[in-house]
Every structure is written in C-alpha cells, then in structure tokens.
Write a protein that binds this ligand. Structure first.
Ligand code: GLA
Length: 402
C-alpha cells in the first residue's frame, strides 16, 4: 500500500478502500510472437505492477479512476454484456475484465477502483494485461469468488480480446502465476506454467525506447496482421504435409519434423513475406527451448547468444523492430551485455539485455549516455528509473485486505 494511493482514493470516492490488489508487468526473456501460435514462451514478472485500491459497491456500478494522465475517470454498470467505450479508450480494459468477471464467474458486485500503475504504458512490458488481471482479481474479490490461477490466466487472456487485439496468453499467465526469483516456461492449450529459477548472478537490464506501441491503438493493426500471417503459414504448410484441417498446428508440425524439413516445405508453398514470418516462429520455438535449458545450466553465454538471434529474427523476418530498438540493442551489446533483444510485441517499447554483475553498471551507463540524455553528461528524463532498470523476477498477482 502506498500513502498517496490511499489519499487519491479518498479524494476521488470520499471513502476508504478496504483491499489492495497487485498484478505485475512482465519482461519476456525469449519466445516472442509465438504464444498465439500455441508455442512455449519464457517471461518473468517484474517488480513493477498495477496496484488497485478497491472498495465494493452495492449498486452494480464500476467506478474507476487513475493517477495516469491519459486515463480519465470512467464508470459503467456491471453486466454480462457491456458496450465498449470508443476505440482506444483505456476504460475498455476495465470493461474487458468486468465482462469476464460476470460472464465467466458470476461476479455480481460493483466497486470503486483507483488504479496506480508503475508499469510504463505501451512499452511492451504488459501494462494493459496487468491492468486487466488486476481489475479482474478486484471484481472477483469483492464478490468473494476464489478463482484457480491457471483458469484465471486463460480467462484474462480471452477477456482482453474485447479491446480488439488478438493477443496470445503469455502476459496474463505470467502476471497471475509468476513465482518470486523465477522466470517461467508458459505453454498453451491448455495453459501450463513451469517456474525456472533465475541464476543469482544473472542481471536482466530493461530499457524503454519511449516509442509507444498501444495494443488497442497504433500497434493493433500490425499485431493482428502478424497473427494472421502466422496462422495462414501453418495452414498452408500443414496442408502440403497432408494434415487434416483441424490438425495444422505449429506444435504438431514441430513434433513431427525438424526446422530444416519444415522450411523446405514452406519454401514451396509460401511467398517471401509468409516464409519469413514462418521461419521466425519455427526458429524462435527452437531458441526458446534451448534458452530454458541454458538457464537451468546457468549458461549465460548461451542464453545471451539466443537472445541476440531472437532479435535478429524479429527484426529481419518478423519485421517488428525499429531504429530505436536496434539502437538500444547495439548500445547494450557494445557495453558488454551477453545478449540483447526487443521484448514484447515490438514496434516500439523496450529491449531486455542479459549481463553479468560486473557489467551491469557499464551497460546501464552506455544506455543512459547513448540514448536517454541528449548530450554527454546531460540530464536524464525524470522517469528514468522506470525506463532503464534491472528487472527483479517477482511474484504473481496478489490481494491484501486492510
Ligand atoms: C503482446 C501480446 C502477447 C505476445 C507478445 C509478443 O505482448 O499480448 O500475447 O503475443 O505481444 O510475443
């Protein structure tokens, strides 16, 4: 709990909250743009979270306000079907959670919610999924509904489709199910979460380009187009390999063929654009599997090399990087990071870099001086702590009663 948060709640609603809910953002270490292909990903939850101060209401209204300047107060009546606010409105993430709370769990109590987010918005650290998870947990808690975490993660992922982005399930699963000190392998269909302890001497540095990629706004079209390309590619390759319509999944293809065989088939049936999208998915699946093994063996050099290859693939084959992301990646590598890559959906947002403890300061300094200050020795932006930091693998969402 935070004092300012409590006071903001009092000022907005004229009463006291009786509980706080926390849902963390995440940094994806590897396994990018493959969750919606049904393939494993490997993120960890951050020390930065969305915090909600909550008080139940008995009139069925959900009233929500936030300290974030772009998030004006919103209110609406709880129900199984709720008309969205206009496209791009932040309140749609709250409505997404509300629809799911009612239709999937029978929640029947409204609430006053004051939201404070430490997760940079539209930066690829999953601020929006953390918001959906936090509100969903808040609305379930006021209705005294105890949800199974794995089910909650899947429900939150479905719920978010309400905003129009056809995201996968990674962000919600890690926000709900993360374990302190651990990354996690997350598998899909059905969701499974396997914690993997992060070695004590590994440091993941996160740096935010400041180029915002809004999942319900400017990045939505590109994101959805990538997903369509990924789905179309597996259909065509699966068909060529003689699989029946319902069996054409990446998991199935990868369980029966190696990447080389799949690429040889793909070359016959996909145009250049789809071929590159397909190659990203197939090679990223392999990198993700090897990266998990490298972490289990504390092989930071191998992990870093896989991160670098992931970035190259996202830049060249998947085409979701950009000059700012590439610049941060180059700065981190130049200062001695073992690997660096864009993280999250791309098109802006953050990079993540792996360093040994003796290199952290030089990597942070290179990023600060090379990107965040206008001139050497100049002043960094006031929010530098949230835009350039060492990630601490943190626990998943939690509730605290006052
Ligand atoms: C966004 C989506 C995730 C995932 C990533 C890319 O964060 O919400 O489901 O697809 O992009 O890996």
């Amino acid at each position: 709990m935070n004092r300012e948060h409590l006071e903001a709640f009092r000022e907005q609603f004229g009463s006291e909250p009786d509980r706080f809910i926390r849902a963390p953002g995440r940094v994806n270490l590897i396994g990018e743009h493959v969750d919606y292909a049904g393939l494993p990903v490997f993120p960890m939850a951050l020390q930065y979270a969305v915090h909600v101060a909550v008080r139940p209401r008995d009139d069925g209204l959900v009233c929500v306000a936030s300290s974030y300047p772009g998030y004006p107060p919103r209110e609406f009546q709880l129900g199984p079907e709720i008309e969205p606010f206009s496209d791009g409105d932040w309140g749609n993430y709250v409505k997404a959670a509300a629809v799911a709370a009612v239709s999937r769990y029978g929640a029947d109590r409204g609430a006053d919610l004051w939201i404070r987010s430490e997760v940079p918005v539209a930066a690829g650290l999953s601020s929006s999924s953390a918001l959906v998870v936090a509100v969903l947990k808040s609305l379930l808690d006021v209705s005294e509904i105890d949800a199974d975490p794995i089910e909650l993660a899947a429900v939150a992922a479905d719920a978010e489709q309400y905003v129009g982005t056809r995201g996968g399930g990674m962000d919600q699963a890690i926000s709900v199910c993360a374990s302190q000190g651990c990354a996690a392998r997350i598998e899909f269909e059905p969701v499974r979460v396997t914690p993997v302890p992060v070695p004590d001497d590994w440091r993941f540095v996160v740096a935010d380009t400041g180029v915002q990629a809004h999942k319900s706004g400017n990045a939505k079209e590109t994101y959805n187009r990538r997903r369509v390309a990924v789905e179309e590619s597996v259909e065509r390759v699966g068909e060529e390999l003689g699989l029946a319509a319902g069996d054409r999944s990446y998991a199935r293809l990868l369980s029966e063929h190696d990447a080389g065989e799949l690429m040889a088939v793909a070359q016959q049936v996909l145009d250049d654009r789809l071929l590159r999208r397909f190659r990203h998915v197939v090679t990223e699946a392999d990198r993700t599997r090897r990266a998990e093994a490298a972490m289990r063996e504390s092989d930071a050099v191998a992990f870093g090399t896989l991160m670098n290859a992931s970035h190259e693939s996202l830049r060249d084959d998947f085409e979701v990087s950009g000059p700012e992301l590439d610049r941060l990646v180059a700065l981190a590598r130049g200062a001695g990071a073992l690997g660096a890559r864009l993280t999250g959906a791309g098109m802006g947002g953050c990079i993540v870099a792996l360093c040994t403890p003796d290199r952290v300061d030089s990597v942070l300094e290179a990023l600060r001086d090379g990107y965040f200050v206008d001139s050497p020795g100049g002043e960094p932006p006031p929010d530098l702590d949230q835009r350039l930091f060492v990630a601490i693998p943190s626990a998943g969402a939690s509730v605290s009663r006052l």
